[in-house]
Write a protein that binds this ligand. Structure first.
Ligand code: ATP
Ligand code: MG
Length: 426
């Protein structure tokens, strides 16, 4: 393949070492936080049967209508690269027999695939961190999930975020609203784009989720779901709002927040930011009480959310925190092949004896001058210098790198004691 053909696939990006520190910082904070809240990790396949996504996400959604990477196996089976994780987790809970009345607090992370128009913050392969609580009717768990995400933003130092909340009620209460909505949008059919006209019969609520700028006025005039909420959903939502207020977690109720997936009921929420331009959603979720029974599992109330890792990483980078690779403590210089070989073995022994000290061994040869230059660039505080003559006498030298200090010789046997002692003074 010539190099000109060697391009990454559109909308699929490399995460290079310069950015990996921020990614790992987010991943580490999320992993530790989820564990502290009692969530366990699971990993599900990147590929599932296409029908799983059609049945869960819904036929009349952007994802299923036009964003899935789908391919057909030789035997005719249609498979799809996962566009999100909830469907796979629900499937895994059912097929592994994890439910049976159990309560599961789960999280996963990894790449998702959607055939969208690539733009800043919107990719065809993107990463999500996904949290799901199965078997809890809420609203307590709804509150805990939201409080946990609020805590994650605080831990990360991310402040330009806002929480939007809404309740979608039950499927029954939505039916009445749906009729009102169809009536309204039918009267305004001329203002609808082609997608929305199709959704008018398939799933009119999806029209509210349209990003089409020309339709925002007609969407703005549509009847509100809140007027049709059933009493229990209203109670659930009021309890959620009141507790968040009491906990000091700010939110705004957005009566038009419907979310782009079909399986939601009652609580839906989205964390948005004004710091990323138009791709402003960083974490979205909601309750999906009907999904698991709809997929053939026993009725299990559930709630979950997914955050877009690229978008959160960008917010993290904007905070100006440094996430570069930590410098080694000790840079090891060796002149000549024999010293290098002996040095490799010596440093392995030192790593055994001093697991808390980070050693970087000079690689690629070079004279001492070149090696000292690399040692300085590495940011190490101490140089361990191995010369062939010294090694033959069982000796080596240590030199603090960032002060004007002399090089001092010691025996190899003294190194495990001398190195931490000197590092302590630097
Ligand atoms: P949007 O309205 O931005 O399309 P969505 O409603 O499709 O988002 P979800 O399916 O709820 O998003 O996914 C959860 C999160 O994943 C989003 O809040 C966003 O941060 C991120 N996300 C979704 N699609 C993409 C994408 N194509 N590229 C990067 N991040 C994405
Ligand atoms: Mg989308």
């Amino acid at each position: 393949m010539s190099q000109s053909n060697l391009a990454a696939v559109r909308g699929m990006n490399d995460v290079l070492p310069a950015a990996i520190g921020a990614w790992q910082h987010l991943e580490r904070n999320a992993r530790e936080l989820f564990a502290a809240y009692g969530f366990e990790e699971l990993r599900v396949p990147l590929v599932e049967q296409t029908t799983l996504f059609k049945r869960s996400i819904g036929e009349f959604t952007d994802i299923v209508e036009k964003e899935m990477f789908t391919f057909t196996e030789a035997d005719g089976e249609s498979l799809t690269l996962r566009p999100e994780a909830t469907a796979g987790i629900a499937r895994a809970a059912i097929t592994n027999g994890l439910l049976r009345g159990a309560r599961l607090k789960l999280w996963t992370s990894g790449p998702m695939f959607r055939h969208e128009r690539p733009q800043h913050g919107r990719y065809r392969q993107f990463y999500q961190i996904d949290v799901e609580a199965l078997g809890f009717a809420g609203p307590d768990i709804d509150i805990e999930l939201i409080a946990m995400t609020a805590r994650l933003w605080r831990l990360l130092g991310i402040s330009r975020v806002q929480l939007k909340l809404n309740s979608l009620g039950t499927p029954e209460s939505r039916r009445v609203y749906r009729e009102k909505l169809v009536e309204y949008f039918t009267q305004h059919a001329a203002a609808l784009d082609a997608d929305s006209q199709r959704r008018l019969s398939g799933n009119p609520l999806r029209i509210l989720d349209s990003k089409h700028p020309a339709m925002q006025a007609v969407i703005g005039g549509a009847p509100l779901l809140s007027a049709y909420l059933d009493a229990e959903s209203r109670e659930h939502f009021d309890a959620l709002c009141a507790t968040l207020t009491a906990m000091g977690i700010d939110y705004v109720v957005d009566p038009r927040l419907v979310r782009g997936l079909d399986y939601y009921s009652r609580t839906v929420f989205e964390w948005v930011t004004d710091a990323l331009g138009s791709q402003n959603a960083i974490c979205s979720g909601g309750r999906y009480d009907g999904l698991i029974s709809q997929l053939g599992g026993e009725a299990t109330p559930a709630i979950g959310f997914a955050m877009g890792v690229e978008r959160v990483v960008e917010l993290l980078q904007q905070t100006g925190q440094a996430f570069s690779r930590p410098s080694p403590d000790v840079y090891v210089l060796a002149s000549g092949e024999r010293a290098m070989r002996a040095g490799l073995a010596l440093v392995e022994r030192l790593r055994d004896e001093l697991p808390a000290v980070v050693f970087e061994m000079n690689q690629g040869g070079g004279n001492f001058k070149a090696q000292f230059r690399r040692a300085d660039r590495s940011g190490a505080r101490l140089a361990l210098i191995l010369g062939e003559n010294e090694l033959e006498r069982g000796a080596a030298a240590l030199k603090p790198l960032r002060l004007d200090a002399a090089q001092a010789e010691c025996t190899l046997a003294e190194l495990p004691a001398r190195i931490p002692a000197i590092l302590d003074t630097l």
